[in-house]
Design a protein around this ligand. Sequence first.
Ligand code: MD3
Ligand code: FE
Length: 203
Amino acid sequence: PDSLPEGLDFHPAFLDRAEQEALLLDIRDVVAAAPLYTPEMPRSGKPLSVRMTNCGRLGWLTDRQRGYRYQETHPVTGKAWPAIPRKLLDIWQSVGGCDRPPEACLVNYYGPDAKMGLHQDRDETDLSAPVLSISLGDSCLFRVGGFERNAPTRSFRLESGDVLVLGGESRLRFHGVDRIYPGTSTLLKSEGRINLTLRRVTP
Ligand code: MD3
Ligand code: FE
């Protein structure tokens, strides 16, 4: 396979099965306090196929009226986001390579037919900090490109327990999730994939 672009630090099977199960219990608590909701595209209001929630001081969201942004409260309940579980802070400490703690953890839930189009992550004021991604449940086909939408892309699979750290110039690469491979993991009680994305938002 092709080597990954500079700035992508891939840790396959970083979490063993017991660690994935323990982390999943923490995420179930987060979702109990801050339910998954369906985000909408700015202006069109078209629903995303991925359902989302957050933990941490700030959460990323999008809706028709106000578009992409970070805010301190859940868009449906109006409550503050729950705290980031300690296990996630520990993972950030050990492989994130950033001395300050993450401020936001986006929880993405992909059902068997969900996907995420090619995009850049640029809603954070601090683009120097890395982004750390953890995959749980079914595998997906992930795609990473260059710094313009039409640049060539490379695809690879992300599997349950994999950790990906995006730093340096790669922080602004286009990326997306082309498809889920339903039934490739027994971690979740049903089909689907959870991705946790830890970020700093403010300088
Ligand atoms: C590569 N999520 O929430 S995380 C997102 O699997 C998002 O749910 C995907 O993209 C998911 O914004 C991918 C991995 C990721 C995150 C940021 C990146 C890959 C990246 C930034 C640059 C290049
Ligand atoms: Fe992204």
